[in-house]
Design a protein around this ligand. Structure first.
Ligand code: SF4
Length: 396
C-alpha cells in the first residue's frame, strides 16, 4: 500500500459502439477531443503540491489512439509539471488495431510511451466476426507486429474469452503467435454482455456457450498461457518474463491512483471517488471549477468532507464512492495468484480478520476454491471461476 501513484486517463471516444459494450463512449469530433485534452490538463490543477511520485500513466478507453500523439504528449507534459514522474514510469496507451500504423507507433514512442496495449480481441476471424469487430485477424497480427518492431519495450494484447467454438488448439495458436510477435503480456477477459445488449441482440447472445463450457474455456486458456510462458498473476492477466502491468497492480494492491477524465475512478487519501459520465458537462464544469481551485492549489481529498465536496461547483463533477478498506483489500487481493497477506488484513482490522479466518476454517467446501498457505490466502483456479461467490461467503 506504499507504492507510488498511478494515473489513469480515460479517453471516451469510439468510432462506433460495439454491441456487447456498456461502457460510456461518444463519437469523436476534432473540437471536442481538443477541448477534452485541455480539460484533462486543467483538471490537474486540483492535484498540485501533492508531493507524490508517479510510477505509472495509463491511457485507457474508449479508443485512446484516436488522439493525436501531440495531444498525448500534452497530457504527459502537464503530468510532469504537476507531479514528479519517475524516470522509469510505465506509460501505456491502449490501441485499436485498425488505427495502428508505423508512424503512430514511432510518434508515441518519441513522446515517452513505453507500453502498447493492443485490443486485438482475437487472432481468429470467426471470433472477430461474432464480436462484429471491423478488423480482421490479419490486421490484429500486423498491428502487434508493428508496435513490437518499432521497439515498444512492453507489448500487451487484450483477448476475449467465452466465445462460441473457441478451442484449446485455438488458444495454442494464439499463444504461439503472441510469442512470435514479441508480446510480453496478455489479458484474457471473459465476454461480458451488457444488459442493453442482451435485449437488443438476444439472437446473438443465445449463441454464447453455457456456463460449464465457459469454465472449460477459461481453464484451457490459463493452462495454455502458462505452458507458453505467460504466467498467470491475476484472474485475467498473464506476463512473460515477469513483465506484469505496473499500473493495474496498483488497483489490485489497493495502492493510490488518480483517474482523470469522464467516468474515471480515483483512490486517494483513503477516499474513492469518480467523475461524471458526460463529456460536455465535464469540459464545461472543469473550466468553472479550475478557476476557483487555482487559488487553493492543493490536492482534491482535503476538499472532501462527509462524502461531499466542501466547495460549491465541483459537486457537479465528482461523486464519492463507499469505501471499506477491509472488504476492498479482500476483493482485490484475491484476484491475484499471490493472494492476500493475512498480516496486512490484521493491520486493517484485527476483528474482521479473525472473523475472516474463522469463516475460512469452518466451511469444508472452501478447500477446492481457496487455500491458506502460511501468511497468505489465495484462490485456486476453480476459485477464480466463482470468485464473487467465494469472496461473498468469506465476508459474510
Ligand atoms: S468495446 Fe472498446 S471500442 Fe468497443 S465500444 Fe466499448 S470501449 Fe469502444
Amino acid at each position: 500500500m506504499n507504492g507510488g501513484l498511478g494515473i489513469y486517463i480515460h479517453v471516451p471516444f469510439c468510432n462506433r459502439t460495439c454491441w456487447y459494450c456498456d461502457f460510456y463512449s461518444v463519437a469523436p469530433n476534432g473540437k471536442m477531443m481538443q477541448d477534452y485534452v485541455d480539460a484533462i490538463c486543467d483538471e490537474l490543477i486540483f492535484y498540485q503540491n501533492t508531493g507524490k511520485v508517479v510510477e505509472s500513466i495509463y491511457f485507457g478507453g474508449g479508443t485512446p489512439n484516436l488522439l493525436d500523439f501531440r495531444q498525448i504528449a500534452k497530457i504527459i507534459r502537464a503530468l510532469s509539471e504537476t507531479f514528479e514522474v519517475s524516470c522509469d514510469a510505465e506509460i501505456t496507451v491502449e490501441m485499436n488495431p485498425e488505427l495502428v500504423s508505423e508512424e503512430m507507433a514511432y510518434d508515441l514512442l518519441m513522446v515517452g510511451v513505453n507500453r502498447a496495449s493492443v485490443g486485438v480481441q482475437s487472432f481468429s476471424d470467426a471470433d472477430l466476426k461474432f464480436l462484429k469487430r471491423r478488423h480482421l485477424a490479419r490486421v490484429a497480427r500486423d498491428s502487434v507486429g508493428i508496435v513490437a518492431k518499432q521497439g515498444f519495450p512492453d507489448v500487451s494484447i487484450d483477448l476475449i474469452l467465452g466465445l462460441p467454438s473457441q478451442t484449446r488448439e485455438q488458444f495454442e495458436r494464439t499463444a504461439a503467435s503472441a510469442r512470435e510477435l514479441g508480446v510480453s503480456h496478455i489479458s484474457g477477459y471473459l465476454l461480458k454482455v451488457g444488459d442493453k445488449a442482451k435485449f437488443d441482440y438476444s439472437e446473438t447472445v443465445e449463441l454464447l456457450p453455457e456456463e460449464d463450457e465457459v469454465c472449460d474455456n477459461y481453464e484451457n486458456f490459463v493452462s495454455v498461457m502458462n505452458v507458453h510462458g505467460f504466467k498467470q498473476y491475476e484472474i485475467s492477466n498473464f506476463a512473460a518474463n515477469g513483465r506484469k502491468s505496473v499500473h493495474n497492480l496498483k488497483y489490485w494492491r489497493c495502492e493510490e491512483y488518480i483517474g482523470l477524465g469522464v467516468a474515471a475512478h480515483s483512490y486517494l487519501g483513503g477516499v474513492r471517488y469518480h467523475i461524471i459520465k458526460d463529456v460536455d458537462a465535464y469540459i464545461h464544469n472543469i473550466k468553472g471549477a479550475s478557476q476557483y481551485l487555482k487559488e487553493l492549489k492543493g490536492m482534491l481529498p482535503p476538499y472532501l468532507e462527509g462524502g461531499k465536496l466542501k466547495k460549491e461547483g465541483s459537486q457537479k463533477l465528482y461523486h464519492i464512492d463507499d469505501c471499506d478498506p477491509f472488504v476492498e483489500y479482500v476483493m482485490l487481493g484475491l484476484r491475484l495468484t499471490a493472494g492476500l497477506d493475512i498480516r496486512k488484513l490484521a493491520e486493517i482490522d484485527g476483528g474482521k480478520c479473525r472473523k475472516f479466518l474463522s469463516a475460512l476454517g469452518k466451511r469444508k467446501w472452501f478447500s477446492d476454491f481457496v487455500v491458506r498457505d502460511g501468511d497468505k490466502v489465495h484462490l485456486t483456479l476453480r476459485g477464480f471461476l466463482v470468485s464473487n461467490r467465494v469472496i461473498a461467503e468469506l465476508l459474510s
